[in-house]
Write a protein that binds this ligand. Sequence first.
Ligand code: OGA
Ligand code: MN
Length: 206
Amino acid sequence: MSALSLFDRIADGLADTGYFSIPNFVSRDEALAIRDIAIRHKEEGEFRRAGIGKQIEYQLEKDIRGDEILWIDNEDTAPSIKSYLQRMEELQNFLNYTCFLGLKEYEIHFAVYPKGTRYARHSDRFKNNPHRVISFVLYLNPDWEEEDGGQLAIYLEGKDPVFILPEAGKLVCFRSEIEHEVLECNRARYSLTGWLLDQPVGLTFL
Ligand code: OGA
Ligand code: MN
């Protein structure tokens, strides 16, 4: 399939239902190469617990959101990640051209959900973070089965939830305001998670 028709289908999915899921957006080998990089950073102790707010105590926070993350420097990263970032830049340009979304930049981090962790139902676009327009997640987990849990549940208004297995090479994109959840994982779950923003990254923390 040409890149254009794939991007067309992503744009249609985002406009119609609000999400789109693409198995094998990158090859299994590419996904495993990126996963190896993530595991190396994890073993070197570079990941940090992801925060949801300072006011909540540690254990409660961990029950709500148990992932650990490592932000990626878009300008200085491994070739396999760079080529994925280039495709996301092309997608960003395409969405601006076809859907007038006014996307300016993207931010992206590795995430690992250790066994037994989850991320409770939430939206990625909220008062403290209003510039996230499209969320996108590339999954990096070979041979992931139903019983491994860790599905992404997407809650579309008036519809049954959609459950997506975090299988190596799959990309899922959704409008950031849509509520979603990561179900409890029964083994470590790796991904590259990012957002297309309507403001340059440096300005989003103002
Ligand atoms: C997030 C998130 C979904 C996923 O990091 O905000 O919702 O499937 N991730 O990893
Ligand atoms: Mn989210």
